[in-house]
Design a protein around this ligand. Structure first.
Ligand code: SAH
Length: 259
């Protein structure tokens, strides 16, 4: 279905050196880069994929941002989980349409937006975040991309103190001491439910795995995702010289029956 650019839309402008700029279109608006100025009027009413020129003749391609583009550009309070890990998280935690999910901490809302897309309108994401400024920022970020009509409830609270929900399908944790949540999670998930934690250091992973081993959770696994991008320019085809060597480890486990 055609969906031409309209005022209020977010547009990703990509230059010939693959630099990306996220712009919100407005009637009469202008966008300034070091390579010149683009009038928003050159985009309004056109379909995605259009090429425009700046006042100094530089070419820019205009498309709507993907969720991955948006996550990398959106305003941050806390550090976000990167797209490299967001995709595998959905698969490892088996997040499905209609799922009831608890997420903590909410941070900047990158994982929140990813989960909301995966659970769909019939699902629900409950977010616990200890800092009210981060909770507000996350809601703004999520609504700016997905709209205000999302099945999201964010509560400002300390997840280490307990979980005020039961029969959850999935619990996703991105906070420093997830081992302090294992017992609460065992009471809040339904049998067979999945707990997944994102952790930057391996000492934290050990501590979490010990707590899981002493709990009703089983089938625990820890993985890291390595993503190596390639430089492709005619005959010169090789891995890029630089890569992001480390983000975090993903540990997941399932709630089993006692005994
Ligand atoms: N996954 C998020 C980033 C989370 S950063 C994203 O993708 O955007 C970690 C967050 O956990 C921070 O916002 C921090 O305030 C929050 N946090 C730390 N300890 C917490 C606790 N005990 N209860 C709830 N939130 C907590």
């Amino acid at each position: 279905m055609p969906r031409p650019f309209a005022a209020g839309d977010r547009v990703l402008l990509v230059d010939s050196r693959r630099r990306r700029h996220l712009v919100t279109l407005a009637e009469g608006g202008t966008f300034h880069t070091h390579a010149g100025v683009v009038d928003h009027g050159a985009l309004l009413g056109h379909e995605e994929g259009i090429e425009v020129r700046t006042s100094r003749g530089a070419r820019l391609v205009a498309v709507r941002p993907t969720l991955a583009d948006y996550v990398l550009k959106m305003p941050r309070g806390a550090q976000v989980i990167y797209p490299k890990d967001l995709g595998p998280i959905l698969m490892l935690a088996d997040v499905f349409p209609g799922a009831r999910v608890l997420e903590s901490g909410v941070g900047s809302g990158a994982l929140t937006a990813t989960l909301l897309r995966a659970v769909g309108r019939e699902g629900h994401v409950l977010g616990y975040e200890i800092r009210s400024d981060f909770a507000d920022r996350a809601r703004r970020n999520v609504e700016a991309f997905l709209g205000p009509d999302v099945p999201l409830g964010i509560e400002v609270r300390d997840t280490y103190e307990g979980i005020g929900a039961i029969d959850l399908d999935r619990i996703l944790l991105d906070l420093p001491e997830p081992w302090r949540v294992v017992e609460h999670a065992a009471g809040a998930l339904r049998p067979g439910g999945i707990l997944l934690a994102y952790l930057p250091t391996i000492g934290q992973v050990s501590q979490l795995r010990d707590a899981l081993a002493a709990s009703p959770f089983g089938m625990a696994e820890t993985v890291e995702i390595l993503q190596r991008s390639w430089h492709v320019d005619r005959q010169s085809v090789r891995p890029d010289h630089r890569m992001v060597a480390h983000t975090g480890f993903l540990t997941h486990a399932r709630l089993l029956q006692p005994g």
